[in-house]
Design a protein around this ligand. Structure first.
Ligand SMILES: Nc1ncnc2c1ncn2[C@@H]1O[C@H](COP(=O)(O)OP(=O)(O)OP(=O)(O)O)[C@@H](O)[C@H]1O
Length: 188
C-alpha cells in the first residue's frame, strides 16, 4: 500500500507546493508552519484537490481514502449522534468507541463540545479501517486523557496514515517525519 506524488505541483494563488515522493505503508507525520501547505497536501492526498502538474496515485488501496478535516464541525451530517455514527457506516460496537468514551445517543452532534465531537469522529474514522487515512490536526481539542488514546490508535492501525500536526510530541515513535517548508516536502 503506497501513495505516490509523481512530480506534483499544486498552486493556490501565490502559493505553490511541489512534491515528488512515495509514502510507504505506515505512519507519516507532517509538520510545518502556519500556511506552509499541510492542508493543501492533505486535500491532494485524499483526491479532493487536483494537481496543476504531475499525478497523485495509489498502489494497493482497496478502500477509498478517508480524510478527517481540521474542524470537526465540517463533517457533521447527522441530526443525532446515532445518525452521525450511522453516516460513517459503523455501528458503535467497535473498540475505538469504547476507548474514546463515545456512545450513540439522540443528542444533536453540534451541541457536543469540540473535543467531544473530535472524539466521536475519530472513533468513526478508525472504526472504518480505511487503507489510507488522512488526519488534519487530529490532536487539536483533545485533552491529556484522549491524546494518548489517539496515539495508541495510530500505533495499532494497519495501512497508510498521514497525520498533519503541530503536536509532534504525541505522535508514535514509529512515525516517519516530514517537514513542509519553502513550498516542498522534506524527509527528516
Ligand atoms: N482556497 C485558497 N485560495 C488561495 N490560496 C489559498 C487557498 N487555500 C490556501 N491557500 C494558501 O495556500 C497556502 C497553504 O495553505 P494551507 O491551508 O495548505 O496551509 P497549512 O499549512 O495547512 O496552514 P495552517 O497551519 O494555518 O492550517 C497559504 O499561503 C494559504 O494562504
Amino acid at each position: 500500500m503506497k501513495l505516490f506524488f509523481d512530480s506534483v505541483k499544486i498552486s493556490r494563488d501565490e502559493f505553490t507546493l511541489s512534491v515528488n515522493e512515495t509514502f510507504q505503508e505506515g505512519l507519516h507525520l507532517f509538520s510545518g508552519k502556519v500556511g506552509s501547505g499541510k492542508t493543501t497536501l492533505a486535500l491532494a492526498a485524499a483526491g479532493l484537490l487536483a494537481p496543476d502538474a504531475g499525478v497523485v496515485r495509489h498502489d494497493g488501496f482497496e478502500s477509498r481514502p478517508v480524510l478527517l478535516m481540521q474542524f470537526p464541525e465540517y463533517h457533521v451530517t447527522g441530526s443525532t449522534v446515532s445518525e452521525e455514527i450511522a453516516s460513517w457506516k459503523v455501528f458503535g460496537t467497535e473498540e475505538p468507541f469504547g476507548l474514546l468514551g463515545v456512545q450513540a445517543s439522540d443528542r444533536d452532534p453540534i451541541t457536543l463540545s469540540r473535543g467531544e465531537l473530535r472524539r466521536l469522529e475519530l472513533a468513526c474514522v478508525f472504526s472504518r479501517e480505511p487503507d489510507l487515512l488522512i488526519l488534519d490536526e487530529p490532536y487539536a481539542s483533545l485533552d491529556m486523557s484522549a491524546k494518548p488514546i489517539l496515539t495508541t490508535l495510530l500505533e495499532m492501525r494497519r495501512g497508510t496514515t498521514l497525520v498533519f500536526s503541530h503536536e509532534t510530541e504525541n505522535v508514535p515513535d514509529n512515525a516517519e517525519h516530514w517537514r513542509i517548508s519553502a513550498g516542498g516536502v522534506h524527509h527528516e
